[in-house]
Design a protein around this ligand. Structure first.
Ligand SMILES: Cc1cc2nc3c(=O)[nH]c(=O)nc-3n(C[C@H](O)[C@H](O)[C@H](O)COP(=O)(O)OP(=O)(O)OC[C@H]3O[C@@H](n4cnc5c(N)ncnc54)[C@H](O)[C@@H]3O)c2cc1C
Length: 377
């Protein structure tokens, strides 16, 4: 075990202001590690909390309410914030290269940089669709969509491609937002609504009913193959007319990872041990969507990144102190709450529990607001 004199001057470098890293910063703000130098490198000074993102798009939460202020959090943790993008990782030299030209050396590194959209299977998606992942760049694109949709001749027919939890949340949010603000009739279509394994049968039935009640057309068991100005063409040959298309399908690893010799899974995500260290590098940790826990893989969702946060914080502290690390086995299921944009939500857990109503929404709102209060320093 290292003494505090040996910790003095050790450098912990966090790359990416994702869901797990905000919890690491919170942990070090509440319980500082004297002598340790902490630096966060991330692209943006504000990080959106995914649990409240659909609520913001639906018009329920303000932008301030759904963002964590990294500048404030970093200050509270006694750390340094560098707003830049990591463009190269040198494992042997323990250095990270930034887009701005700077190179940062570290003793312990942690990577939480999310994902990048994978539009490769859908012809025309790059030109004609709005990719909702990564969430960091979603709001800028959303603002442009809102501006055009609020114009008299703007889009009235919206399609969401991707039937995972995010796609379903988006369909409800898009419907709620535009139906309340556009006087002309609007249509919303959801394509591929049967992909989310975390949604049990009871929730699925409730979601199907809620989508129907709001007039959201669902094209389940079908996938988008082409997007153009007229809408979305499905594998079945069917055409879904749309003026604006949002894509929330599977995502790919950030391209910067392709250049590293860190261990990866078959899809190119960083392969990590139960301690959250990368398989072939004891000094580097990876969490959130950019990583795969090879012994216990879980879906790429904010909730799993959030759960990794406190474990990561403890293990980074232990790694700095030279102590043995904790092994982490993530829970299989979690409470899932999907807001329907009308002051109600549909919830469930595991294989059987499913419920819906105003109380479910109040529970979700309570949980999400309590989470955000953790970062009010
Ligand atoms: C509309 C929508 C709704 C969703 N709703 C839910 C939900 O209700 N529940 C849920 O569990 N999940 C939800 N998700 C999924 C969730 O958003 C992601 O799983 C979650 O954001 C992953 O967190 P992360 O920490 O891995 O990365 P992110 O939250 O994406 O954070 C990555 C961070 O790294 C930074 N970064 C990226 N590249 C670099 C680089 N090269 N150098 C430096 N910094 C970099 C980014 O700026 C960002 O700050 C939703 C997604 C969408 C699109």
């Amino acid at each position: 075990m290292e003494t505090s004199a040996e910790i003095l001057g050790k450098r912990l470098l966090l790359v990416g202001g994702g869901h797990a890293h905000v919890l690491v910063l919170e942990a070090f703000a509440r319980n500082p590690e004297p002598g340790l130098t902490i630096t966060l490198v991330t692209k943006d000074g504000l990080t959106p909390y995914s649990g409240m993102l659909p609520g913001h798009l639906a018009g329920t939460y303000t932008r301030d309410e759904i963002h964590i202020d990294l500048k404030r959090l970093v200050r509270a943790a006694g750390a340094e914030l560098i707003l830049d993008e990591a463009v190269g990782f040198d494992r042997a030299a323990r250095r990270v290269r930034l887009k701005g030209g700077e190179e940062l050396a570290y003793d312990i590194l942690s990577v939480d940089i999310g994902i990048t959209p994978d539009l490769s299977g859908i012809a025309g998606a790059e030109e004609h669709a709005l990719a909702v992942k990564p969430i960091g760049s979603l709001l800028e694109k959303w603002d442009r969509l809102v501006d055009s949709a609020l114009a008299p001749d703007g889009p009235r027919r919206f399609a969401i491609v991707g039937g995972g939890v995010a796609g379903i949340c988006l369909a409800f949010a898009v419907r709620a937002f535009f139906a309340a603000r556009v006087t002309d009739p609007i249509t919303v279509s959801l394509i591929g609504a049967s992909e989310a394994p975390s949604i049990n049968a009871g929730m699925r039935r409730r979601i199907a009913r809620a989508l129907k009640r709001r007039g959201i057309a669902v094209h389940a068991e079908d996938v988008a193959v082409r997007i153009d100005r007229s809408g979305v063409t499905l594998a079945s040959g069917r055409h879904v007319p749309a003026d604006a298309v949002l894509v929330s399908t599977h995502a790919a690893p950030p391209s910067v990872l392709a250049t590293t010799d860190w261990a990866k899974d078959d899809s190119g995500f960083l392969a990590v041990r139960p301690t959250l260290q990368i398989l072939n590098d004891e000094t580097a940790f990876a969490v959130g969507d950019c990583a795969t826990m090879v012994a216990h893989p879980r879906p790429k969702a904010g909730v799993f990144a959030v759960r990794q946060g406190p474990v990561l914080a403890r293990n980074l502290r232990r790694a700095v102190r030279g102590e043995a690390l904790e092994a982490y086995i993530p829970q299989r299921d979690h409470l899932l709450l999907i807001a329907t944009g009308d002051g109600r939500a549909i919830g469930g857990r595991g294989r059987f529990l499913a419920f819906e109503g105003r109380l479910a929404w109040r529970l979700k709102d309570f949980i999400d607001r309590r989470f955000m209060r953790r970062f009010e320093f």
